[in-house]
Design a protein around this ligand. Structure first.
Ligand code: ARG
Length: 594
């Protein structure tokens, strides 16, 4: 069943068309004046058109004619002409009731697109061996929401973590391990046997070895060279180093699965830069044969902008396929990944959810892939995002000035939520274990909602106090709304009150149904713009509409007639179903009670 708004919209367009005007001037939209839920301003535009045709008509007269036609449509309720010719529109009560029944039956009604696509969402992007930090948080949270929103529309969506596992950090790790444990068979070039199945390191070792090496290399050029050589040898295929790389990746993936899992983020593919390495020589040959590569000071490049001027450095700089040392670069692995994806998944679209500071990198890669003829430029989209900042307005750091680890950040949120529960007395009646689990969920919801409700590109300030508030546009407010409805449903079951036929009567009931009605539109907009904040806005609005409804329309009070109870209970169920559906798309999980 189409949404209420689309029914009204179609009726208004038809009316204006039958009066000889183009339908698109009659678009119905939510009213910004409080007198009716919707408005149509077509009469003003129609009068303008009539004037151009040399007719002199008053917009109010056109509005009156349109209203007369629209009135005959069963979707229409009260219609009213205001001011110079605005048409205020309320939908028919029957339509609202039918729509409510339907949303109760299927909260995801109307979300599906006509032609589903195969879409890869590239997000997460953690680096092997380096612990995940807050920079990866936004990618994981935003990417997961975008993936779920697109999936809710019926697309075939594949989430790929695209780990960073092919850079200098590998050379650092290998050479540092060689220093600590030179007798391992991986370093013996003469060794021809099988390597041990057990990794020689733990995640803690990796987390220690990497900064150890990189700190040394920062102040010691010779130590840096050793790491560079190790990286080059690895990339050239040195057997022992490849075996070490596989161990490092296995150990890191196991740890990353835990980290992302705690965050409620799941990937379909655990691929990375290293796994496309075998494709690189063939890809480079192909690009050379296609005649789109050039030598530049010993490096191999692809020009992606005719207007690029290397003197003034204006325009888009070329893609670097191979450095003059022969080393493979970030451009190269991303291009090879595009080749791999084409062969493996043949996606219609690839969305990269990566820090906006990498915008130029993606622009270059996309142009090169289009120039090679692998994809059309619009099949690749970089959904960038701003940074999470500290109160000083700079990217968030620990008190010591280092990058904050994801797990520490989650701990901060957990603690903030626990404090909030304590100070507000919420959940005081539950045992310590349940309270702690509730605090964990609130902390996560607070963090995710605070992140997702911003437009992607804006930077925001990390403020656990504000994020965990129960009032205002926050994660905890939404969890509270969900838990409150769940508790009403539990009480109803105890009192043997059953839900039944819906009759939408009170203004706040109408308001609630119209809020629910806007879901499909919100999902469509959020998907088109890769903008989870639009969905956040929607669920917040539903929660508020429910609150208003429940304040005016008690469900279980003694003086409420049985069939009214049944109807209101159904509305509460419909609201809960949609809130849970929407929050799930944001990967936000609510407790059963709190
Ligand atoms: N590993 C990269 C980083 O930490 C992010 C990877 C993003 N995805 C991509 N296809 N380049 O900056």
């Amino acid at each position: 069943m189409p949404s209420v708004l689309s029914r009204l919209d179609a009726a208004a367009r038809e009316a204006f068309e039958s009066l000889g005007f183009p339908g698109n001037i009659a678009a119905v939209r939510e009213s910004d004046r409080g007198d009716a839920p919707y408005q149509c301003n077509g009469a003003m535009a129609a009068a303008g058109i009539a004037k151009k045709r040399g007719e002199k008509v008053n917009p109010r007269d056109i509005a009156a004619q349109a209203v007369e036609i629209m009135q005959a449509n069963s979707a229409m309720g009260q219609l009213e002409i205001a001011g110079p010719g605005f048409i205020n529109i309320a939908p028919a009560d029957d339509l609202l009731t039918a729509r409510a029944e339907q949303l109760l039956e299927n909260p995801a009604d109307g979300l599906n697109v006509e032609t589903p696509k195969t879409i890869i969402v590239d997000y997460g992007g953690a680096n092997v061996a380096k612990p995940m930090h807050v920079g990866h948080l936004r990618s994981a949270v935003i990417g997961e929401a975008i993936k779920r929103i697109l999936r809710a529309q019926g697309h075939n969506v594949i989430g790929d973590v695209h780990m960073g596992d092919w850079g200098l950090q590998m050379g650092h790790l290998i050479s540092e391990l060689a220093d600590e444990q030179p007798d391992l068979p991986y370093f013996d070039e003469a060794y021809e046997g099988d390597y041990p199945a057990e990794p020689p390191v733990t995640m803690d070792d990796l987390a220690r070895l990497y900064p150890q090496a990189s700190n040394k290399a920062k102040v010691n050029a010779e130590r840096m060279d050793i790491s560079r050589v190790a990286t080059a040898e690895l990339q050239a295929g040195r057997r022992g180093y490849r075996a070490l790389l596989d161990h490092f990746i296995d150990v890191s993936v196991a740890a990353l699965k835990v980290g992302y899992g705690n965050l409620g983020v799941e990937f379909d593919l655990w691929k990375g830069e290293a796994c496309v390495d075998p494709l690189i020589p063939g890809m480079i040959e192909e690009l050379k044969t296609a005649g789109i590569t050039e030598e530049d000071d010993g490096a191999l490049i692809i020009n992606v902008d005719d207007k690029w001027d290397s003197e003034t450095r204006t325009g888009t700089p070329p893609v670097m396929l191979l450095a003059s040392s022969g080393a493979v670069l970030y451009h190269t692995t991303d291009l090879a990944t595009l080749v791999d994806r084409k062969a493996e998944n043949n996606p219609d679209l690839i969305v990269y959810v990566v820090d906006q500071r990498q915008a130029l990198h993606f622009e270059q890669v996309f142009r090169a892939a289009a120039k090679a003829g692998w994809y059309a430029r619009e099949q690749m989209f970089h959904a960038g995002f701003g940074t999470m900042n500290g109160k000083d307005g700079k990217p968030f750091k620990t008190r010591e000035g280092g990058v904050l680890r994801l797990e520490d950040l989650m701990q901060i949120m957990h603690t903030a939520a626990r404090d909030r529960l304590e100070s507000s007395g919420v959940g005081a009646e539950f045992d310590a274990e349940e309270r702690d689990e509730i605090a964990r969920k609130i902390g996560l919801a607070a963090l995710k909602f605070a992140d997702l409700q911003n437009q992607r590109m804006t930077n925001y300030i990390f403020d656990p106090e504000r994020f965990t508030a129960f009032e205002g546009k926050t994660g905890p407010y939404l969890l509270y709304a969900v838990v409150r409805i769940k508790s009403i449903l539990r009480k109803a079951a105890e009192q043997n009150v059953v839900s039944g036929k819906i009759a939408v009567e009170a203004e706040t009931e109408k308001g609630l149904v119209l809020s629910l009605d806007a879901y499909a539109r919100a999902i469509e907009l959020a998907a088109d713009k890769y903008a989870p904040h639009i969905l956040c806005e929607h669920v917040y609005r539903v929660a508020q509409s429910f609150s208003r409804f429940y304040a005016e329309c008690p469900i279980l009070a003694d003086d409420v007639a049985a069939e009214v109870k049944a109807s209101r209970l159904s509305l509460a169920k419909a609201a809960l179903a949609q809130l849970e559906h929407g929050l799930d798309l944001l990967a936000i999980e609510a407790p059963d009670r709190m």
